[in-house]
Design a protein around this ligand. Structure first.
Ligand code: UDP
Ligand code: MG
Length: 318
């Protein structure tokens, strides 16, 4: 019997976990021909999430959990999940029921048809906050134009990955992760499905604006070197024009005589170039920071406790 691991990164989700568990049990009970495992990665929750998970685990042998030593962020929590999941396929979903569990049979259906990365994209629903909508659209457009990989707008982490994809993702060990770009990077046979995102079942979003901005920056700096390279082109263009400008000024000075006018243009030029230099320095800094972090080569996460190891130990002792 094939094994499917449902991987759920959880961070302070005590309110929603019981509902999620019920929904998962209900959906998977109707699919008898697979062995399901529910693997929760507790991303350093400060509420009762871990107590709940331990309880689920004792009640139901299908439930396993990995508790990280602190909050590492969803991207790292997913990596930990990939490391511990041993299913023939892994389905990633959020704990808050924004990813409809009813779609699980459909994901499996396409997997059986031979697709290795069955992903889902939110149906474009009118985002209430116009600023957020604009920012999201702009970001996808920029990311798409800077990288050569096909990044599907609205495609999230709710997807089924074949073991081959999971192994590939496990090999991409950078600590500053942007998994969305990685799915595109690894390739494999992909199938897109659409779903309508519902509101969070309980609790509130765990994302802060700063974290989103960081994820967006990581997305660009990990898949594109354009921001690093574009400055030589900008520099060339600016030098070219200032050269022409210089000639014109020289010509004017020779023909009409020189005057001290032009103070504003001088300041404008200095400020403009100063700005460009700061931006380009900033771009280099972004990449340097990545290099710095990755060369330390630290493990991406630490595990405080996990139910899988516990099981192994107890069977070995017997
Ligand atoms: N999450 C996590 N670590 C974090 C933040 C979030 O594991 O640092 C989990 C969270 O528990 C949920 C999923 O990632 O299962 C998505 O988070 P959330 O629903 O808050 O994000 P949104 O849907 O608002 O993008
Ligand atoms: Mg959510």
């Amino acid at each position: 019997m094939k094994k499917i691991t449902i991987l759920i990164p959880t961070f302070n989700e005590e309110e929603v976990l019981p509902t999620l568990m019920d929904a998962l049990k209900q959906v998977t009970q109707s699919i008898q021909q697979y062995h399901f495992e529910f693997l929760f990665v507790d991303d350093g929750s400060s509420d009762d999430t871990i107590t709940l998970l331990e309880q689920f685990h004792t009640e139901n042998s299908q439930v396993q959990y990995v508790e990280l030593s602190r909050n590492f962020g969803k991207e790292i929590a997913m990596l930990a999940g990939f490391d511990y999941a041993d299913g023939d396929a892994v389905i990633i979903m959020d704990a808050d029921l924004q990813h409809p569990p009813e779609m699980i049979p459909e994901l499996i259906h396409w997997w059986e048809k031979g697709y290795e990365d069955v992903y889902t994209a939110r149906k474009e629903k009118a985002e209430k906050n116009p600023f957020k909508r604009l920012a999201s659209n702009a970001y996808y457009t920029i990311l798409q134009s800077l990288t050569s990989y096909d990044v599907h707008q609205g495609a999230g982490d709710f997807r089924l990955l074949d073991r081959k994809c999971v192994e590939a993702l496990k090999n991409l060990r950078e600590n500053e992760r942007n998994t969305k770009g990685m799915y595109a990077y690894i390739g494999f046979r992909k199938k897109a499905l659409e779903y309508e995102e519902s509101e969070r079942a309980a609790g509130e979003t765990k994302w802060k604006f700063g974290a989103l901005l960081k994820l967006a920056m990581d997305g660009i700096t990990s898949y594109s070197t354009v921001p690093l390279r574009v400055w030589s082109v900008v520099g060339l263009i600016i030098s070219f024009f200032s050269f022409i400008f210089l000639f014109v000024e020289l010509f004017k000075a020779v023909v009409y005589g020189s005057d001290v006018a032009g103070y504003p243009t001088l300041i404008a030029a200095i400020v403009f170039l100063g700005g460009i230099q700061l931006i380009s320095l900033g771009a280099i800094g972004e990449y340097l920071a990545r290099v710095f972090i990755e060369t330390k080569n630290r493990p991406a996460y630490f595990v405080r406790e996990n139910s899988i190891e516990k099981n192994k130990d107890s069977t070995e002792r017997d």
